[in-house]
Design a protein around this ligand. Structure first.
Ligand SMILES: [Fe+2]
Ligand SMILES: [Fe+2]
Length: 247
């Protein structure tokens, strides 16, 4: 009975691909076949697989059904959190989607799931991604302050959702947590963030995130041990489409 995670599948069986890089890059070539093969090799129906957002390029349900069916057909119990591109998965539609897909898929939002004695908590998160203004040597001279103001609002909303997830689990007696985000826990400037602080406050042992894909983005945030927690990037191309075993 293992716990696995991966993110950024960006499936597009029924929708228009919005990232042309995905077509040309070797890492993304037939990625859905690679992932399916790896899952069948590694994961059994007793295992849990958490998919941390950017599941589909489809905007409406009618453009995502085949993508979701692909995920249903992977082995194990599947838990899905939201990514910034998951237009079909508006936070308010979580209940409706769960009614439609459970037990094949579980959509996690303002709720928690369990794995052994652990509560699996999470939300999309948010990270201010710039633009940052750089000099010729790549040193940061400044950033878009309007965009930063907007980001602060989104961070607050996501923190509220994450707190709800932690508090519901805590109220049910859980003391061990694994925290899932779609966005990285920090931006490229930060060493700490409200998300790393929350992970510390509740004692999450691991913080799992995705969103950073394409080689130049892999090291935008924390990898490995930081202030007593393990931070792990699980974007699909970073993992070469092999889900990461968390436990
Ligand atoms: Fe993505
Ligand atoms: Fe993303």
């Amino acid at each position: 009975m293992g716990l696995y995670a991966i993110g950024d599948l960006h499936l597009h069986y029924q929708s228009v691909l919005k990232a042309p890089g995905q077509l040309n890059s070797r890492a993304w070539k037939k990625h859905e076949e690679k992932l399916r093969r790896n899952c069948l090799k590694m994961i059994t129906d007793e295992d849990t697989l958490v998919l941390v957002g950017d599941h589909s390029w489809g905007r409406r349900m009618s453009e995502c059904e085949t993508d979701l069916q692909y995920i249903c057909d992977l082995p194990g119990r599947k838990i899905l959190t939201r990514g910034n591109h998951d237009m079909f998965l508006d936070a308010k539609k979580t209940r409706q989607l769960n009614e439609l897909y459970q037990p094949r898929l579980t959509f996690l939002q303002d709720s928690y799931e369990t794995y052994k004695e652990y509560a699996l908590v999470g939300t999309k998160g948010y990270t201010f991604e710039g633009p940052f203004y750089l000099n010729r040597r790549g040193q940061i001279l400044g950033w878009d302050e309007e965009a930063e103001k907007h980001a602060i609002k989104l961070v607050d909303r996501e923190l509220k959702r994450l707190r709800t997830s932690f508090e519901l689990a805590k109220a049910d007696g859980y003391t061990k947590f694994i925290m899932f985000l779609h966005y990285p826990p920090t931006n490229i400037l930060e060493e700490r963030s409200p998300f790393t602080d929350m992970a510390e406050r509740y004692g999450a042992e691991q913080v799992i995130y995705a969103h950073c894909h394409g080689e130049s983005r892999f090291y935008d945030s924390i990898h490995g041990e930081f202030r007593g927690r393990q931070y792990r990037l699980v974007s699909g191309d970073f993992l070469r489409w092999k889900p990461l075993k968390l436990m």
